[in-house]
Design a protein around this ligand. Structure first.
Ligand code: SF4
Ligand code: SF4
Length: 368
């Protein structure tokens, strides 16, 4: 049974969210293990350009302060993206990090792209998976002596939700590692529903979509399965791949997540920020109205149990009536299953439990 420490969002004079966050960090016991001179990575997601839904960099600043107080040498890091945008290479990634408040002046630690300038700096890590025997993880995370995952818990158009497991799997993978996870999960166009608005065509990062007689057509030889077109379509004409393809994608995410989790072992700490719970991930260049009310911050040492606990809380939270997905949320199958019509979301847990025997049982302790 894994211990998960949790605080809600309510604050009062003298007990700010920052203070509550510091109590969570202390309760984890993790900082007692930090020794002088250790190089510690803060695995962040600085948000795609024009997305404002990412974790507030002040939480990173608090962690940096706690680490420096113990003589550690922290740095912020993330891997470059598969698609074009503000984080596609190390140079743009550093600029976006700076623009979004993850610079040295604000946080007190430098941002270092984990897989180098072009996403090629990685090592293979062994895993006894169904799809992978080796994963391709970025050097910039593997070389840290300790690592802390700061994760915005939110929806994801292809995996259903994005939490610590996604931060471990896709978040620690080099470009090649991202590619091999995405490869099987490709969306489909429902031609009858397609109104030819071209929105999917505009957002596709690899120009895999063309418009033929006013309808979207995907070139599957080019498509990398990133799911951006699914999120862009307002007419329900672009949907996630078949359940079997989506399940395969989620199994791959599960294997990559386990591989990184196993590598970091006791050196890692995982934090889920279940606030501003948007339907889409922070790779999307916009952040829509959250689907449910804010929950709080959860912290633990087992990312599988942590994500399970956070997802359970999301499924019990009150839906936001201002969300464009409000009518879809019926409280029957889980929020993200209903928002994205992905019935195989739980595969990420089931697969890791069946293959690697991960612990999913948890006990939450609320701190005020
Ligand atoms: S966004 Fe949807 S409706 Fe618009 S062209 Fe693409 S598939 Fe068709
Ligand atoms: S999933 Fe959609 S947006 Fe992504 S590469 Fe394929 S066609 Fe393009």
């Amino acid at each position: 049974m894994d211990n998960i420490y949790y605080c809600d969002m309510q604050t009062e004079y003298g007990n700010s969210l920052e203070k509550k966050f510091r109590k969570l960090l202390a309760a984890s016991g993790y900082f007692d293990e930090i020794t002088k001179g250790q190089i510690v990575a803060l695995k962040v997601h600085v948000g795609e350009r024009e997305n404002l839904g990412y974790v507030n960099p002040n939480f990173a600043r608090v962690i940096v302060e706690e680490l420096k107080a113990r003589g550690a040498r922290p740095y912020l890091t993330d891997t470059n993206t598969l698609y074009s945008g503000g984080r596609h290479n190390g140079v743009d990634h550093c600029i976006t990090a700076e623009q979004h408040g993850f610079g040295y002046a604000a946080v007190g630690a430098p941002f270092v792209p984990a897989d180098g300038v072009r996403g090629l700096a990685y090592r293979e890590v062994e895993v006894q998976g169904k799809h992978f025997q080796k994963t391709k993880l970025a050097n910039g995370v593997l070389e840290a002596e300790k690592i802390i995952f700061l994760t915005h818990f939110k929806g994801h158009m292809e995996a259903g939700f994005g939490g610590s497991l996604k931060n471990l799997s896709m978040g620690c993978a080099s470009i090649a590692g991202k590619m091999e996870q995405h490869a099987a999960a490709k969306p489909v166009v429902k031609l009858k529903a397609c109104v030819g608005c071209r929105q999917c065509y505009r957002v596709c990062p690899v120009e895999a979509i063309s418009m033929v007689e006013g309808k979207a057509v995907i070139d599957y030889d080019v498509c990398i399965g990133c799911g951006q077109c699914v999120a862009a379509c307002n007419y329900g004409a672009m949907s996630a791949g078949s359940a079997s393809e989506t399940a395969e994608f989620i199994e791959k995410v599960s294997e990559y997540a386990y591989s990184a989790y196993d590598y970091f072992g006791e050196n890692a700490l995982y934090i889920n920020f279940a606030m501003n719970i948007t339907p889409d991930c922070d790779c999307w260049p916009a952040n829509d109205v959250p689907v449910v009310e804010d929950i709080g911050i959860l912290i633990g040492r087992n990312p599988f149990a942590l994500d399970r606990a956070t997802l359970d809380m999301v499924n019990s939270a009150k839906a936001r009536s201002s969300s464009r997905h409000f009518e879809k949320i019926r409280g029957e199958h889980g929020v993200f299953h209903e928002v994205w019509d992905i019935p195989v979301i739980g595969t990420v847990f089931d697969h890791a439990q069946a293959l690697f025997g991960v612990e999913l049982e948890y006990e939450t302790q609320k701190l005020s």
